[in-house]
Ligand binder design. Structure first.
Ligand SMILES: *Cc1c(COP(=O)(O)O)cnc(C)c1O
Length: 445
C-alpha cells in the first residue's frame, strides 16, 4: 500500500500541475494511445503499481481537462483541493454511507453537510437533504416524494397500491424544462405527453402570467437556472399561488440554486426557499468530485415515506437514516466531500467563488461584444450565449476552438438559432484564464 499510494500522489500531482500547459480536449494522439489498455483480461494477478502506471500513462492524457480552469462546456466545476483530499481519505475509509450503523462517521458528517447546505442555500429550517449521484437522481427523488404525497393527500398509498388506479395527477412544466426532469418524470410514471407546458419569456423563464389554474392534484416543476441563458423562473411570484391552490412545487436548481450563496446574486432566487422539493448538484458549482447531487425536501416525512426500505436486519437507529432520503441503500459517502468543500471555503469563500464566476461570465460577454459578436442572453449568472454569424460560422468557430485546445466550449440551439455556450463554474478559473480563453475564441472566430 505504502509505495502504491505514494506513487498515486506523485502521479496525481503531476497530472494536476500539467493541466495548465496541455490542450483542454485530449489530442487525437492521446486518444489513440488509450488502445493498450484494451488488452485481454489477464489470467494472473498483476502488480497494482503496474496497473496504476498503465492507467496514468495511457489514461491521463486522454482525459478532458475539466479539472483545469479553462473548461467552459456544459456546466462543469472542478474539484476543490479539500474535496480531492477528502475523497482520497473517504476511499481509504471505504464506508457504506447508506446506514448510520454501518458508517457512524459518514452519517454524522452527512448530517452536518445537510445543515450547512440548508443554511448557505437559504432554505427553510428543518429541510431534509438526500445525497445522490446528481441532479437527475435528485429530481427523480423529489418528484417521487411529490407524487406519493399528493396521492396520499387524496387517500391513495402509492407504495402499497402502485400507480394503476391512482388518482390522476397533473404535471405542469415550462417549455424550457430540462431533459433530466423529463427523464425523471417518465421514470416516476408520468407520461411525457401528458405534461402541461407553460410558455417562457425571452430568457427562458416561466411566465407567471401564463400559469394554468393549479389545484391540489398538481405537481408544478420550476427551473432555477436555464442551461442556455441561466434564466431563473420567478419562484417569488409563482410559489405562493401554487401553495394557495394546494399544489406541490419542485424546483430543478442544478447550478442556479447556488446564486443563493452569493449575497449580490441572492435576489435572483427569491422564493425558492418555499419550494416543497428541490434538486441541485454538488459536482457543478460547489466543485466537489463526481458524482454528487442533493435533493432537498421541506416535508421530511413525505421523503422518508417515499424512500423507506425497512427490514429487521437493517438495524434502524433513531438517528437520521441516510437510506431514507434517497433511492439507494448502499452507497459512498458523498456528504463527506460536500462537508469538506463547505468546511474549507466557509461562507465567504463560497460566496466569492459564485460571485467571481458570475463576474467572469460578464467579462466574456463584454469582451465578445466588444469584438463585434452577438450575445444571446442577459448575463446575470454564469452562462453566456454567443453567435459568430450564421449557424455555419458558429459551428466552424466552435470546431476550431476545440481543436486549438486553449479552452473548451460547446454549441447549442436557442430559440431556433445556433450559439456557442460558455459556462463558468470552476474554482480554478482565474481572470488570466478568462483573458486567454477570450483571445482564443476571437482568434478562432
Ligand atoms: C446538469 C443539470 C441537470 C442534470 O444534472 P446531473 O448532475 O447531470 O444529473 C439537471 N438540470 C439542470 C438545469 C442542469 O444544469
Amino acid at each position: 500500500m505504502d509505495e502504491l499510494l505514494q506513487e498515486t500522489k506523485d502521479r496525481a500531482l503531476a497530472y494536476l500541475n500539467g493541466l495548465a500547459d496541455r490542450s483542454v480536449a485530449p489530442t487525437p494522439e492521446a486518444l489513440a494511445a488509450l488502445e493498450p489498455l484494451d488488452h485481454p483480461l489477464p489470467d494472473d494477478p498483476v502488480d497494482p503499481l503496474e496497473v496504476l502506471r498503465r492507467l496514468d500513462e495511457h489514461g491521463s492524457p486522454a482525459t478532458m481537462a475539466s479539472a483545469g480552469g479553462r473548461f467552459f462546456g456544459f456546466v462543469v466545476g472542478g474539484a476543490l483541493p479539500a474535496t480531492v483530499a477528502a475523497s482520497w481519505l473517504a476511499g481509504a475509509w471505504d464506508q457504506n454511507a447508506g446506514m448510520a450503523t454501518l458508517s457512524p462517521a459518514g452519517a454524522f458528517v452527512e448530517e452536518i453537510a445537510e445543515r450547512w447546505l440548508v443554511d448557505v442555500l437559504g432554505l427553510a429550517e428543518g429541510t431534509v437533504a438526500g445525497f445522490c449521484s446528481g441532479a437527475t437522481m435528485a429530481n427523480f427523488t423529489g418528484l417521487v416524494a411529490a407524487r406519493d404525497e399528493l396521492c396520499r393527500r387524496a387517500g391513495w398509498d402509492v407504495g402499497a397500491q402502485g400507480l394503476i388506479g391512482a388518482p390522476p395527477l397533473r404535471v405542469v412544466v415550462s417549455d424550457e424544462v430540462h431533459a433530466s426532469v423529463l427523464k425523471a418524470l417518465a421514470l416516476a410514471g408520468f407520461g411525457r405527453e401528458r405534461l402541461e407546458r407553460v410558455p417562457t419569456d425571452s430568457q427562458g423563464r416561466m411566465r407567471a402570467d401564463a400559469l394554468p389554474k393549479l389545484d391540489e392534484r398538481t405537481l408544478l416543476c420550476l427551473q432555477c437556472g436555464n442551461v442556455n441563458t441561466g434564466g431563473i423562473d420567478p419562484a417569488d411570484a409563482i410559489v405562493p399561488r401554487a401553495h394557495e391552490a394546494g399544489a406541490w412545487v419542485h424546483a430543478d436548481g442544478a447550478f442556479g440554486l447556488w446564486a443563493a450563496a452569493a449575497p449580490a446574486r441572492r435576489e435572483l432566487v427569491r422564493g425558492y426557499d418555499r419550494a416543497d422539493s428541490l434538486a441541485t448538484d454538488g459536482h457543478k458549482w460547489l466543485n466537489v468530485p463526481y458524482d454528487s447531487g442533493m435533493v432537498f425536501c421541506r416535508h421530511p416525512e413525505a421523503l422518508r415515506r417515499a424512500m423507506a426500505a425497512d427490514a429487521a436486519y437493517l438495524v434502524q437507529t433513531d438517528r437520521r437514516e441516510p437510506s431514507r432520503t434517497t433511492p439507494e441503500l448502499s452507497r459512498r459517502g458523498r456528504g463527506i466531500e460536500v462537508w469538506a468543500a463547505l468546511a474549507s471555503l466557509g461562507r465567504r469563500g463560497l460566496a466569492e467563488l459564485v460571485e467571481r464566476n458570475c463576474r467572469q461570465a460578464a467579462r466574456f460577454a463584454a469582451g465578445l461584444r466588444d469584438a463585434g459578436f452577438r450575445i444571446g442572453n442577459e448575463v446575470d449568472l454564469n452562462q453566456v450565449l454567443v453567435s459568430f454569424g450564421d449557424a455555419e460560422r458558429t459551428r466552424a468557430t466552435i470546431a476550431r476552438l476545440q481543436a486549438d485546445g486553449t479552452c473548451w466550449c460547446g454549441g447549442t440551439v436557442w430559440r431556433g438559432e445556433s450559439w456557442m455556450r460558455i459556462s463558468v463554474s470552476s474554482w480554478r478559473t482565474t481572470d488570466e484564464d478568462v483573458e486567454a480563453a477570450l483571445a482564443a475564441i476571437i482568434r478562432s472566430a
